[in-house]
Ligand binder design. Structure first.
Ligand SMILES: [Fe+2]
Ligand SMILES: [Fe+2]
Length: 158
């Protein structure tokens, strides 16, 4: 999804989420190519940090807003998204308890990347497109998202 295709009422909120998606997509790609063990570890840490902030941001602000806008239209889509977040969080927790010496470390992060790529694609192709079609006004939730992001980043860094 291209940021320039987003109408103004949805732009700020969706662009924020798209930036996160693109950032983690790049990190997973970089991990595939990286040979240096130390750098691989740094990529894993950065991706897990960003994914944790992003999933919590969606769960605390964006998803509840959509559910409230139209529970019938967005409910099952959001439930699926929450299950996918659950799988991602579970893998992130396992990875953070591991070191690169663990036999499955690389595989866990690779599978996390596959889950995440699938999930962000569904959000962009189904959820975000539906929101644009429905002309939902996201300007207020965008403000909440900005505040929530700051708090989540500070908490996650502590
Ligand atoms: Fe999500
Ligand atoms: Fe997302």
């Amino acid at each position: 999804m291209n940021k320039s295709d987003i109408p103004s009422k949805q732009k700020e909120a969706i662009a924020m989420l798209l930036d996160d998606h693109n950032k983690v997509r790049k990190l997973f790609k970089a991990f595939e190519k990286e040979k240096d063990e130390q750098k691989k570890q740094e990529i894993v840490e950065e991706a897990c940090f960003n994914l944790t902030v992003h999933t919590q941001l969606e769960e605390k602000t964006f998803y509840p807003f959509l559910r409230e806008c139209d529970p019938e239209k967005y409910g099952s889509m959001l439930n699926e998204a929450l299950v996918e977040h659950g799988s991602a969080k579970d893998l992130i927790a396992q990875i953070s308890g591991m070191t690169p010496e663990d036999a499955l470390w690389e595989a866990k992060f690779t599978v996390l990347g596959e889950y995440v790529n699938h999930h962000v694609q569904e959000e962009e192709e189904e959820m975000f497109k539906q929101i644009i079609k429905d002309k939902l006004d996201l300007s207020e939730v965008a403000e909440q998202m900005k505040e929530a992001r700051e708090a989540l980043e500070a908490k996650q860094k502590a």
